[in-house]
Design a binder for this molecule. Structure first.
Ligand SMILES: Nc1nc2c(c(=O)[nH]1)N[C@H]1C(S)=C(S)[C@@H](COP(=O)(O)O)O[C@H]1N2
Ligand SMILES: [Mo]
Length: 460
């Protein structure tokens, strides 16, 4: 069978899955595969000799794989939770319409107040931290990309297709995620929609991949105890035994690095990325270390020196809108009550230390003072509350309005904040008044509030 003497696959002692090529029937797909095997593209026959690292093999691939198998589902689940935190039941989640991939919505809790900070922080932070592991895993299986013949059986074609979705999916998620947290919308499509659907494609491919490789991964991990591998230096590093997947180099070169060195390198890069990311959740000078998140950095110092996502100038909000003429309209049951800032300051003031956590991956905890949302509801005699719709005086912009669930209106720490850290809000932070609610995504903490409309409960 000529395939054994030409293609790189022929050099590996055991060939990958699928049926043997012997005596294919005339016109059968196998005949075509046999033909392909006999006619590799120029250079393919020598290509496999270029992959010489003795580190490549099922063990190293499986170690990276197991790290991703623990980490990536967590990134996926926290991503879905972030979507759910946007309260899709009000039609305000991104993406708006996800068809049958719609998840059953539930009332996002207000406790613990750091819940969204945690889910969002994990999603972005862990996603960034795992990038070196993803790249290392891809490196470890890189020769497989140049496998010749490209197809040997239907099963193998399906497997390669799932790998295409797996690798393409994760690279797409990383690229769109990284661009989004840089606010670099270079792509001509909606980020949230693409990132959401991309995640499902990736997860479907991941489930397939794990189902196909699970047993192989387990036996590979057992073949070399981690403890022994961590005690092996470069000089004693030998290639693994040739494997059915052909991960082990056909002609391995000498080791330039031990396996523990490779793991330390990847782990070190992950720690470095984590260190450059964590600053986005810290106040004070530490925020300057958040090099990966330009807007997560500290704008100035003092009680209002914490990040601003959209400035008043960018939002087209100026002093004329927010000066002495500003009024807050409260609406419920066909009634409207208007109140000015002095009127709000004359009401019972409540202080709460709460985070703002932005979906783009930064957060900050500050101490806010203002009027409880439930007191405002009482002022307009709203009765039993189903939801509240908050509108900003900002005229354009996606985030000039938000709908809050009943539990978010009624929480004792849910505020229309007038002051922060003992001083009046600055215009950039939403003066004269902004919403702040425990565990509410930052995007719904509406600034420059002009109107709150309380909706009653319909379920009796
Ligand atoms: N009116 C209005 N409110 C808004 C926004 C906006 O664009 N317009 N951005 C939101 C987003 S995305 C976040 S993360 C927070 C940030 O609040 P800060 O600028 O005070 O830090 O404000 C929210 N409130
Ligand atoms: Mo945000």
């Amino acid at each position: 069978m000529s395939a054994h003497s030409t293609g790189p696959a022929g050099d590996s002692p055991v060939r990958s899955g699928g049926a043997p090529l012997g005596r294919p029937a005339y016109g059968s797909p196998r005949r075509w595969w046999a033909f392909l095997a006999e006619h590799p593209p120029p250079g393919a026959a020598t290509l496999n000799r270029r992959w010489r690292s003795p580190l490549r093999g099922p063990w190293l691939t499986s170690v990276y794989g197991v790290v991703l198998l623990v980490g990536l589902p967590l990134v996926f689940v926290t991503g879905l939770l972030d979507y759910l935190a946007y309260a899709p039941q009000f039609g305000q989640a991104f993406p708006h319409d996800v068809g049958w991939l719609r998840l059953p919505p539930f009332d996002w809790p207000t406790r613990p107040s750091w819940l969204f900070r945690l889910t969002q922080g994990l999603h972005v932070g862990l996603g960034i931290t795992l990038i070196p592991v993803v790249l290392a895993k891809l490196w470890s299986v890189l020769p497989k990309l140049f496998d010749w013949p490209p197809a040997r059986s239907v099963a193998q074609v399906l497997e390669r297709l799932s790998l295409l979705l797996l690798v393409g999916g994760i690279l797409f998620e990383i690229a769109t995620g990284l661009l989004d947290i840089q606010y670099a919308y270079l792509f001509g499509f909606d980020f949230y929609t693409a990132h959401y659907f991309g995640a499902w494609v990736f997860v479907a491919a991941l489930v397939t991949h794990v189902a196909l490789k699970w047993r192989r991964m387990r036996s590979a991990l057992r073949s070399r105890p981690l403890r022994r591998e961590l005690a092996t230096g470069r000089a004693a590093t030998r290639p693994e035994r040739p494997d059915p997947d052909g991960l082990v180099a056909v002609r391995p070169g000498p080791a330039t690095m031990s396996r523990r060195g490779a793991l330390a390198l990847v782990g070190g890069l992950s720690v470095l990325l984590a260190a450059l990311t964590v600053g986005q959740h810290l106040n004070g000078p530490w925020r300057r270390t958040a090099l990966l998140l330009p807007r997560g950095r500290q704008p100035g110092t003092g009680p209002t020196g914490f990040p601003v996502n959209r400035t008043a100038v960018a939002a087209g909000v100026d002093a004329a809108d927010t000066g002495p003429g500003w009024r807050l309209s409260l609406r419920a049951n066909g009634r409207t009550v208007t109140v000015d800032r002095a009127g709000l300051l004359a009401m019972a003031q409540h202080t709460a230390t709460l985070p703002i956590a932005c979906v783009e991956g930064w957060s900050t905890v500050q101490t806010w003072t203002g009027v409880r949302l439930r007191d405002l509801a009482a002022l307009v005699r709203a009765g039993r509350i189903g939801a509240a719709h908050v509108r900003s005086l900002e005229r354009t912009g996606l985030f000039r309005q938000a709908t809050l669930q009943a539990n978010q209106v009624l929480d004792a720490d849910s505020l229309l904040a007038l002051r922060v850290n003992g001083v009046d809000l600055t215009l950039d932070h939403g003066y004269p008044a902004r919403v702040i609610v425990p565990a509410l995504p930052g995007v719904h903490c509406t600034k420059w509030v002009a109107e709150i409309e309380f909706q009653g409960r319909t379920d009796g």
